[in-house]
Design a binder for this molecule. Structure first.
Ligand code: NAP
Ligand code: ZN
Ligand code: ZN
Length: 349
């Protein structure tokens, strides 16, 4: 196959620049996907800056991928050429452990193969993500994009969508649940739309007071500006469930105090560590938990739920040449509400 155009960072201190990668011919059970759009997740920012350590460079990020099946391995049974498909945060796993058998491949006991900044099952071939024109993926790690969701608005569902949907489902959020969403960014805006579609009563807690109108438009019932510390007393014990999507260090203890007896705070944002006190957990038998994306089966369920409820991401589509500026804006919470790269701008380069 000819070289595949991509954008990469050479190390954690350098900006994105054009790069080219090898994609193999699809093996028996693999499909070749022509990538149309790729979302920019805040995890991409953490990883290119090597904030989580163990970064593999050069790095081609991107795990919110939608495209069209272009070529099939000779044993592929699930897909045909022309199908509209998505690839999320992982592209393979051991397929044998308890987690894989339960359809929770993200927790694979042998370690899932993540879409980029990871190694294939051979333990040595680096994976490259969706900031590129095409990729080759095993047919079992691909999902179908239902008709009716515009492709660029579907891309962020592959990470931001499933990362919000999975804990809402796992903790039984239902009609009338009092749900708080902390941080109105890529994950947060999807959490608001999804919880609203589940008929929960949704409140956004944000450090950006100017997002109030947007929060209400996206489906929130209420908005709390968290820069005023008094709100943590005013709204004590208000919520059954809180999803914390914040990408920067902040005080978890304050948010625990907003939970009613037995309520759950689920962390999905992954900032630097911050201190935790036993008090707010003990006083009210509150629970603190974490959640990681979702498995293939649940990702398909989420996409079908979005199609049925008219849910899609609010996006700002950018040409790939604007990647570095988009990263700067993401760090300032200046995005409404997900940057999505139009991969045609890379094809034409
Ligand atoms: P994002 O679009 O940048 O949104 C993060 C939001 O956090 C911002 O919009 C902002 O909301 C809030 N925030 C940012 N800086 C803050 C600060 N200094 N103090 C308080 N609030 C601040 O990021 P994202 O793509 O949604 O990702 C959010 C986090 O989730 C990242 O850490 C990412 O790595 C992680 N993540 C985890 C998973 C998982 O499976 N667990 C999956 C994807 C991403 P307001 O302006 O409303 O305050
Ligand atoms: Zn992500
Ligand atoms: Zn496994």
């Amino acid at each position: 196959m000819p070289k595949t155009p991509a954008y990469a960072v050479k190390n954690a201190k350098t900006p994105f620049e054009p790069f080219s990668i090898e994609r193999r011919e699809p093996r028996a059970h693999e499909v070749l996907i022509d990538i149309k759009y790729c979302g920019i997740c805040h995890s991409d920012v953490h990883q290119v800056r090597d904030e989580w350590g163990r970064g593999i460079f050069p790095m081609v990020p991107g795990h919110e991928i939608v495209g069209i099946v272009a070529k099939l391995g000779d044993k592929v049974s699930k897909w045909k050429a022309g199908d509209t498909v998505g690839v999320g945060c992982f592209v393979d796993s051991c397929r044998e452990c308890a987690a894989c058998k339960d359809g929770e491949e993200q927790f694979c006991e042998q370690g899932a193969t993540f879409t980029y900044n990871s190694y294939e099952r051979d333990g040595k071939t680096p994976t490259y993500g969706g900031y590129s024109t095409r990729m080759v993926v095993d047919e079992n790690y691909v999902v179908r994009i239902p008709d009716g969701i515009p492709l660029e608005r579907a891309a962020p569902l592959l990470c931001a969508g499933i990362t919000s949907y999975s804990p809402l489902k796992h903790y039984g959020v239902h009609a009338g649940s009092r749900v708080g969403v902390v941080g109105l960014g890529g994950l947060g805006h999807m959490a608001v739309k999804l919880a609203h579609a589940m008929n929960a009563n949704v409140t956004v807690l944000s450090h950006s007071p100017d997002k109030r109108q947007d929060a209400l438009r996206l489906g929130a019932d209420d908005f709390i500006a968290t820069r005023d510390a008094q709100v943590f007393t005013q709204h004590a014990k208000r919520f059954d469930f809180i999803l914390d999507t914040v990408s920067a260090q902040h005080d978890y203890n304050a948010y625990l105090g907003l939970l009613q007896r037995g309520g759950t705070l689920v962390l999905v944002g992954l900032p630097e560590p911050s201190p935790l006190s036993a008090g707010p957990l003990i006083m009210g038998r509150r629970q603190l938990a974490g959640s990681l994306i979702g498995g293939i089966r649940e990702t398909q369920e989420m996409l079908d739920f979005c199609a049925a409820h008219g849910v899609a991401s609010d996006v700002e589509v950018i040409p790939i040449q604007q990647l570095n500026q988009a990263y700067e804006r993401l760090l300032k919470s200046d995005v409404r509400y997900r940057f999505v790269i139009d991969i045609a701008t890379l094809q034409n380069e």
